[in-house]
Each structure stands twice: as structure tokens, then as C-alpha cells.
Design a protein around this ligand. Sequence first.
Ligand code: GCU
Length: 335
Amino acid sequence: MKKSHILLLGALLLLPGCGRAEADTRTIIRIGHNQSTNHPTHIALEAFETFIERQLGEQYNVEVFPSELLGSQNEMVQLTQTGAINFCVASNSLLETFSKNYSLFNLPYLFSSSEAYHAAMDDKAITGPIFESTKQAGFEAVTWLDAGTRNFYTVDRPIETPADLKGLKIRTQQSPTNVEMMRLLGGSATPMGFGEVYTALQSKVIDGAENNEMALTDNGHGDVCKYYSYDMHQMIPDILIGNLAFLEGLPAEERAVFEQGFALINTVQREEWSKAVESAKEKAQQQQGVIFNYPDTAPFEQACQPLHESMLQSNPDLQPVYEAIQRHNQQFSTS
Ligand code: GCU
């Protein structure tokens, strides 16, 4: 963890309730994430803060820390594990290093449409075995957040086919599935934390990255990368995880209020998400001069197929969940 983060975290943990005239006996609930305060995830967490403080304000003071203030996603997951903070938002990608079940949602071309993706993520028979699989690691997932579709974007040339990735250094998330995906597609994977990507693009350490449209505007990547290619390789959810001891220590009636709060986060974030993506795309086109192109996705999908087989071979317990996802895919391809 960066020294500045350690100092800030130390100050935050040591000074609960500072600034209030009387001693504040409320328990502070700290939630960290890596997005800006304009982002749908932050807006949804603020709605949670208001809701919990309205319902249980005598017991709890909720504090939301945006923009990697508490560290990178990897660091925040570790802080949530130990209970130094109560919750954080982590990309599903990172969680596969804590439980191999999470590899499922990292598979490229797992969902055939955003309708099927949403239906599958709302299906507790699908998410249950995955969300509970990190209990031994000290945390569990309490809800999921939309992070759209991930696509390649590059500094100076569009990606029309997998062959265009050859020789390019592309930032990937720090997950074995994503590194393997890049290998299968022919590019050179450069894993790094999200907060390092802008500087890496600017200084030409990498030639491009892959993410949803909001990374272009909210994180400024569109200032450097002028080609965004809709190869649609992944729909990777973000996951709100909570410290297990904290969650299990809540009295039943308080836990029920928290569960309503988690559902609220999901609803607000998804409503905000669709609006945010539309305006990010418009801003990227009009103000940053980003060109959007729409390659044939079939060759990309074909190249990634071995990942589905290897994931199911290494984790056969996930076969029924994988099949349940295929049923959602079929339902939306015929309706
Ligand atoms: C998306 C996602 C983040 C993630 C980031 C990344 O923005 O919402 O949770 O950290 O991608 O590529 O690392």
C-alpha cells in the first residue's frame, strides 16, 4: 500500500467522529471504492448512506470513500477481509484470486446480451454459490453492480480483428482469466491496477486498455485513446463485498435493514448506469474526439472459447450454474 494511503487510513481509523461537539458513540461504517463522485456506484452508495442513517442513525454513521482514497481495489479487499473497513466495491475479476468460483463471471462472451447478463445476476441460484464462496477468506458479496461491457480502446488504431492486437501492450485487470484472454486474442497483457492506467497510457508504457465507456470520460482515458472498438468481450460485474464478522455480528432486525439497503444500492446503481453510459459516449465523441467502431465479434469470441472449456474442467461444480446462464442466454435470444 502507498505510504500516503497508510497515513490517510491511519488518520481515518484513529479519528472517529472528529468535528462533533459531543462524543459520537455511533459505529462508523466505512465503504471504499475506486470511482469518482460522479459515478453511478458512488451515487448508489450515497443513497445507501442516507437510507441506513435514516433507519438506524442512532447506531451507525456511514462514510463512503471514493477514488481509491483507501487504496487500490486489491488493497481495499484486504482491508475488508481483516475488518479494517466494512465494505468495498471490487471488480469480479479480482475476486477470482480469493475463490476460483468467481472465474465464471470473468469468462469472455459468457453472456449473450445485457438482458441475459442482468437476469443471470439477479438469479440467486446462479450468484449464491459464488457470492458465498469467500466466507473462509473473511468476506462475502452482498450485491452486484453494473459495469457494462468491456471493449478494447487504443491510442492510435482501431481494433477490427484479433490480428490487430498483435504486438500491442494492453492493460488488463489483475486476474489470471484476463491475462489468458489476452494471450488467446494475440495481444500482450500488461496487468496493473485501475488507478495506474492513465499514466501508463500517457507515457506509452501501454498501447491501450479495455473497459466500459465511462473509463474514457470519468478516468480521462479518452484524452489519450482515440479508438474504441465494440468487440464486446466481457460483461464483468462489480461486487460489493462486506466483512463477514461485521455482517454476522449484526442483530437480525438490523441485518434486515442492511439487506434492504443492499437492494437499494443495486436498483439505484443500475438506473444511473444506463444514463451515465449514454452521456459518457456522447462526451467521448464530441469533446474528446474518440471514434467508436463496431467490428465483427465472432472471431474474438471464437478465439476465447477455450477459456470456457478450461474453466469448467478445473471447476466441474460450476457446470450447473454455467448451464443456468445458458438458459438465460437462450431466453433472450428467442424473445
Ligand atoms: C471498471 C470497474 C472497476 C474496475 C475497473 C478496472 O471501471 O467498474 O471496478 O476497477 O473497471 O478495469 O480495473
